[in-house]
Design a protein around this ligand. Structure first.
Ligand code: GDP
Ligand code: MG
Length: 437
């Protein structure tokens, strides 16, 4: 899957602009990738249409590699669909009732235990677990066992009593014993049916829950859409939990659930153990669905920091031969933000090899250079050739250094101007020479 995307990337890479044709090829691959990740086909269709529009409108000039722009647009689109930010539980009401719903085997009981553990540790809550799945005696035992492991009380009345009566009693018990969170583990079915939905609606009415969390198995496949739709229609869920992400699933179900219900995904389950639960991070999930996290983080780094307009401005000045000290300083700042200078050089297309880069000294030198340049007038910065002995002395005094330092800076500038002149002959979008020497 990610191999295919990488191949498409390679094809686009090295071309100066994105054409409709090569975009289409890339998006076809992404479409297949999403379908393979079990994203619902309708969701995929809309996603591709949106992404195409955005990518075509993007200015790829100045980007280091145009193909990365497409991946970034796709990634950002995914994050937006998945919810942008992390969503936590709503504890604003006392007691906070959390009702767990979902198909049989989706992970309701396990996740109830996980949440009980998490909120005990993280928020110092005093939860009560309620065994409201009365259709399988084993279900009650399972929750009791979990409660013992966690040292969290479990309210249970066996299976000869209605679920509605159990939760009524549990609410009273919770109040008496000052439980600030009541987690209701409900019954599931292999398939959705009306009696179950009716029972869940009754429980909702009795407990007035702050959260109704739909638990879905990440391995559900295309049917996840119907499950999400059904539960949401009947119960107006407040959030979802995607379980079994420790398996092979790429997590495409997260997209489908979001698309259908628009509720936040609050947790992901990553194993059978009781601490195998995590908040849901949309950007991580986007990386997972695409299967190319490294590429994406590189794109973001480059795009965030290496401001395109500044780069273009500098390149234009190089080509016009009007590269001045302010430009040099600007460049030093941009590069500093990217990380160690020696590493950055390798990322810039066409950058000639520089022999004496000492990363440890770079910060100190940058500060020195700054102080000297800031002591110059605009005219001097634009054209350092006007710097005579008198001016140099004034500048040295102004920044508390000596004339030798100023001379060193001018020498450095001349070298960098020479280098820039070489680079000015390179096309900034491709890093290729614009004319053969
Ligand atoms: P319920 O019927 O909805 O209550 O589902 P259970 O909580 O009983 O879970 C069904 C099975 O899935 C059990 O064997 C759990 O151990 C397993 N399970 C639940 N969550 C996860 C998870 O995040 N990862 C893995 N690998 N297994 C899970
Ligand atoms: Mg259960």
């Amino acid at each position: 899957l990610s191999e295919r995307l990488q191949d498409s990337l390679k094809k686009i890479k090295g071309q100066a602009t994105l054409t409709e044709a090569n975009m289409d090829e890339m998006l076809r691959e992404i479409r297949l990738a999403l379908l393979e990740a079990d994203v619902n086909f309708q969701v995929v269709k809309e996603f591709i249409a949106n992404t195409k529009e955005k990518a075509l409108g993007q200015d790829v000039l100045g980007s280091l590699k145009p193909g990365q722009v497409v991946v970034k647009v796709v990634h950002d689109e995914l994050v937006e669909l998945l919810g942008t930010s992390v969503s936590e539980l709503d504890f604003s009401r006392k007691p906070t009732v959390i009702m767990m719903v979902g198909l049989q085997g989706s992970g309701k009981t396990t996740t109830s235990g996980k949440i009980a553990k998490l909120i005990t540790k993280k928020y110092a809550k005093k939860p009560l677990l309620v065994a409201a799945d009365i259709y399988r005696p084993a279900a009650v035992d399972q929750l009791k066992t979990l409660g013992q492991q966690l040292n969290v009380p479990v309210f249970e009345k066996g299976t000869d009593i209605s679920a509605e009566d159990i939760v009524k009693q549990a609410m009273a018990y919770g109040q008496e014993n000052q439980h600030d969170v009541i987690i209701v583990d409900t019954a599931g079915r292999l398939h959705i049916d009306e009696p179950l939905m009716q029972e869940l609606q009754n429980i909702k009415e009795i407990t007035n829950p702050s959260e109704i969390l739909l638990v879905v198995d990440a391995l559900t496949g295309q049917d996840i859409v119907n499950v999400a739709q059904s539960f949401n229609e009947h119960l107006s869920i407040t959030g979802a939990v995607l379980t079994k992400l420790d398996g092979d699933s790429r997590g495409g179900g997260a997209l489908s659930v979001r698309h259908i219900t628009h509720v936040p995904i609050k947790f992901v389950g990553t194993g059978e153990k009781l601490d195998a639960i995590d908040l849901f991070y949309p950007d991580r999930m986007a990386d997972r669905i695409l299967g190319m996290g490294d590429v994406v983080s590189l794109v973001e780094k480059v795009q965030d920091v290496y401001d395109e307009k500044e780069t273009m401005k500098t390149f234009n000045r190089m080509q016009q031969g009007t590269f001045g000290l302010d430009d040099m300083l600007e460049q030093m700042h941009q590069m500093r933000k990217l990380g160690p200078l020696s590493g950055i050089m390798k990322m810039i297309p066409g950058m000639p090899k520089l022999p004496n880069i000492n990363d440890d000294d770079t910060d100190k030198k940058l500060k020195q250079t700054e102080s000297i340049i800031y002591s110059m007038t605009q005219a001097e910065r634009r054209d350092p050739s006007i710097l005579n002995a008198k001016r140099k002395e004034r500048i040295a005094k102004g920044c508390g250094r000596n004339v030798a330092d100023v001379n060193r800076l001018i020498k450095q500038f001349e070298q960098s101007k020479l280098m820039m002149k070489q680079m000015g002959n390179l096309d900034p979008t491709t890093g290729m020479p614009t004319q053969k020497p």
